[in-house]
Write a protein that binds this ligand. Structure first.
Ligand code: TYD
Ligand code: MG
Length: 453
């Protein structure tokens, strides 16, 4: 093996095998220095060989923001951060049967109608099946090109020849590459297929949407293994038995994460829900014990949801704690704070908490609404009519102001609520038409809302 040059001229960058006083390349004197190795050594280290220097730039840009294509489905466009970005890779994850294929077929049709050349490749269904679904959804006239294929090489060859603006791959777990030995759906196949497709997207300027099934058993790789490769990760969530579906951005290189789009699964496919608060509260009757309306924020949008609690004497030595739509650990924390700071024990009582409508909440600002629902259920006393609740509870029992208070209040007022129970402090709250009852800690909240508690 040839020995690498180990002397470099600091003026012109020429490399020499031995030191000399004058650089032959540029003629400068005293500019040649001995190279130290790039790294410390070891079998797999880079050793002394240099790479080429990378061009560095500053943060200023003259480039305009990426152009976006609108699907016309507002709920989808907002979750994407304002529309589809060219040459981007997107992952849509979700439980099997939740409606991913339905959503993407509808999106494909809308993008195609908007003038984007769209190819939909199904690895799960025959083209006849997809066509039948399109007919049922009233999308047959949309200029979408359809294929049923799982061989990645064939798909990439086709995409290269057709040069579409958008390619939808349903699903990534059914794709297989002939360079990888393992079975389709295995981690290495899914990784390799996603890698090929995302790099293809960047090189050829095609937007690629990958569908990924969330899987429970370890045999088939879930969408998590490709999350880091794509620009945008959306999850399609919802409870079986509920018709509501929520599309949530958990990662977005081109827009805000945490944004949600709300859909309703109907006989004619997914329909957008433009006012989710009204929908989530539509089944609510008169205020009853254990029911509380939480004024939440999802991404940039306020959403009101109903929290329901049930507290009953437990026949078990270990009382049950059951949560749907919220974090069980956080519920335990609220119960502990209520017991330790307000002297309200839940020992010997079963506690059930449910977020109505199949919604999932992860905001800490729901703490106070959860505490209110628990207390209301325990005391069998309904909250005042027309009240919404929000605020974070700290372990000391103090209440912390929630972000975007004003948006929450505006949404509550818009839906006819008259009172808000909220933490004191934060920005001065001035919203006409809604009375804001501000409290510093959980004890005063219990006192004000439930008498002495
Ligand atoms: P699908 O999009 O096939 O789910 P995924 O691709 O996530 O596995 O959706 C399947 C479910 O959606 C199926 O149980 C029936 C329901 N559905 C409707 O209720 N209405 C419709 O118009 C369509 C197309 C599906
Ligand atoms: Mg499907």
């Amino acid at each position: 093996m040839a020995k690498s040059p180990s002397f470099t001229c600091t003026a012109c960058g020429a490399t020499h095998t031995k030191w000399s006083g004058r650089c032959d390349a540029c003629g400068d004197w005293n500019t040649i220095v001995e190279d130290a190795g790039l790294s410390a050594g070891g079998k797999k280290s880079l050793g002394a060989n240099r790479g080429s220097a990378i061009q560095l730039t500053d943060l200023q840009t003259e480039e305009s923001p990426p152009p976006r294509t609108h699907s016309g489905i507002d709920e989808l466009d907002r979750v994407l951060g304002g529309g589809l970005v060219p040459a981007s890779a997107l992952l849509v994850g979700g439980d099997p049967g939740i409606g991913k294929s339905t959503l993407l077929l509808q999106a494909a049709a809308e993008f195609a109608r908007a003038g984007v050349k769209t190819i939909y490749v199904s690895g799960e269904e025959a083209t006849a099946q997809v066509r039948m679904r399109a007919k049922r959804l009233g999308l047959s006239d949309a200029p979408v090109q359809l294929a049923s294929e799982t061989n990645l090489r064939n798909i990439l060859t086709t995409l290269e020849a057709e040069k579409p603006g958008l390619a939808i791959i349903d699903s990534i777990q059914t794709m297989w590459s002939d360079t990888v030995d393992s079975a389709p759906g295995s981690v290495s196949q899914v990784r390799s297929a996603a890698h090929e497709l995302t790099t293809f997207a960047k090189r050829k300027g095609v937007s690629v949407i990958l569908v990924g099934h969330v899987t429970k058993d370890g045999q088939i790789a879930g969408p998590r293994v490709v999350e880091h490769m794509v620009d945008t990760v959306l999850y399609f969530e919802g409870e079986r038995g509920h018709q509501f579906r929520i599309l949530r951005a958990v990662k977005n290189r081109f827009g805000p994460a945490d944004e949600i789009g709300v859909f309703e699964m109907t006989g004619r496919g997914l329909e957008q829900v433009t006012n989710p608060s009204a929908l989530f509260l539509s089944e609510r009757g008169k205020p009853s014990a254990g029911s509380v309306v939480f004024a939440g924020i999802e991404g940039t949008r306020p959403v009101l949801v109903e929290l329901q609690a049930l507290v009953a004497p437990s026949p078990h030595s270990q009382p049950r704690r059951t949560v749907v739509g919220w974090d069980g650990g956080r519920l335990a924390m609220i119960l502990a704070v209520l017991e330790a700071r307000c002297g309200i024990p839940f020992a010997g009582l079963d506690v059930y908490l449910n977020v109505a409508g199949g919604m999932k909440i992860s905001e800490p600002a729901a703490d106070l609404a959860v505490a209110a629902a628990l207390l209301s259920a325990r005391e069998d006393a309904a909250l005042p009519e027309g009240a919404v609740v929000f605020g974070e509870i700290s372990l000391s029992g103090a209440l912390r102001p929630a972000p975007q208070t004003e948006n929450r209040l505006k949404e509550a007022q818009k839906l006819g609520f008259t009172t808000a129970l909220a933490p004191a402090g934060g920005k001065a709250i001035e919203t006409s038409g809604i009375k804001v009852q501000q409290m510093h800690d959980l004890t005063s909240f219990v006192g004000e809302v439930f008498g002495a508690g």
